[in-house]
Design a protein around this ligand. Sequence first.
Ligand SMILES: *Cc1c(COP(=O)(O)O)cnc(C)c1O
Length: 454
Amino acid sequence: MSLDLNARLRSLPPVDRVLASLEGLAPQALIAQAARMAVDLARAEVKRGSSAPSLEEVVDRARALLDERGKKDLQPVINATGVLIHTNLGRVPLGQRQLDAIYGIAKSYSNLEYDLTAGRRGSRYSHASDLISALTGAEAALVVNNNAAAVLLTLAALATDLEVVISRGELIEIGGEFRMPDVMSMSGTRLVEVGTTNRTHLADYERAITTSTGALLKVHPSNYKVTGFTAEVPLRELVKLARGRGVPLVFDAGSGYVEVQEAASWAAEEPPVAEALAQGVDVITFSGDKLLGGPQAGIIAGRSDLLRLIAKHPLVRALRVDKMTLAGLEATLRAHLEGKVQDLPLWSLALTAADELRSRAERVAEQVASDALKAEAIPTVSVAGGGSLPGEELASWGIALTHAEKSVDEMQKLLRFSTPPVIGRIEDERLLLDLRSVFVEDLDTLIANVGALD
Ligand SMILES: *Cc1c(COP(=O)(O)O)cnc(C)c1O
C-alpha cells in the first residue's frame, strides 16, 4: 500500500462524525447503517484512486442513503395506472367499513376461537364460513391465507399420492414468476396434463382418469386469454364426467366474482362463484383480494364432506388466517350480502361512470397545465387486472402529460418520488394518469404533485 493511499484513507471522515451530523433524522440504528455505508463507499472510491471526499460529501451521501431506505418503507401511493386490482400496488384498497371491522377486532380480545353460545373453545373458521355459504350457496367454506394456499391445501387434502388431471391450457403463472403447477406439485399430487395449449377436449380428460385419479382440476385462465383456434371443456361437461367417474371436480376460479354486477358489463365473462357451484363443481377456490374487494385471503367453498377433509389437514395450521383478515373479510362479505358493494373501494372505483371520470380529468388537466407542462384530458381504457378478466376493458378518462423540457421518463420518476408517489403509465410517448383507479379524495393531492412538475 502506498504512503499516498494511506494518507488519503486516513483523511476519510470517521463514521461517528458522519453520524453526529445526521443526529435526529431517523432512528439511531438506521443512521448508523447509512453512515457506515457512506464511509465504506468513500473508502472503496479512495482505494480505486480518488481523493478522499469531504465530511459534507459523505454526510450528503449518507442522507441520500437514508432517503432511499425511507422509500422502501411501506407507504401509500396514488394508483393512476388504471389497473384496479394491482398486485404490485397492494391488490385492492380497503374502505372505512372494512377498516372499522379490522380495528375493532385488532385492538381488543375477541371470540376468535371461543364459542359464545356454548361457552367453550370454538373455531376461527366458523366466523366467515356461514357468510360465504350464504353468498355462494356452498354447503361449507374455509378461509386460508391466499388463493395459492387454498389450491395447495385442497389438492393436498383430496389427492396426496394421487393424480390430478388438468388441461395444458390452464397451467398458469400468476406473477412474480410463481407458477401454479409448482404450487400444485407441492401438495404431493402428480399433475397429469391433458390436451394442448390451445385445445383440450372432454375425451382428453376421460382418457386420463384412472383408479389413481384424486381430482379433476379446472383453472380459470385469469391473466391471459387464448384466442383463435381454441377449445376448452365447459364446467357443466366436466361436472358430468367427474360425477360419472366418482372423482371430485375442483375449480380454481381465481377472481372471486361472487355477485353479478349488472352495471359491470366488462365482468360478464367472469364465472360467478354461485353459478359454478350450482352447476355442480365440488370445490371452488378464489382470492379475497380480487373481485371480492376484500383483504388478502383464499376461500375454499363447496361440498361439506370434502370441506371436512380439507379442514382436518395439518397444512390448515400453517396456512391459517389472522383475525384481522377474518374481520375485514366478514365486513366485505356482509357488504356483498347487503348489496352495498359501493362500500368496497374496488367496486366504487369500478362502478364510477365514465362521464364522471371525464369531468374529473378535465378539471385536473385544466389545473395542472402550464406553459411547459401540457395536459390533455383524454378517453382511455382501464383493466381490472390482478389476474381477472383478461382482455376485458373498462371505459375511462385520464390526463396525458408532456413537458417542454422534461422527458416522459423524467416526469414519471419525479412523480414516483413525490409524496405520496403517483404511479402512471406511458402511452404514445406521453405520461398517462388514468383516473379509473384514483380516489376522488386524492384528486387535490394528485393535482398538487402533478402541478409541481412544472
Ligand atoms: C390470482 C390467482 C391465483 C393466486 O391467488 P392469490 O390469492 O394471489 O394467492 C391462483 N389461481 C388463479 C386462477 C388466480 O387468478
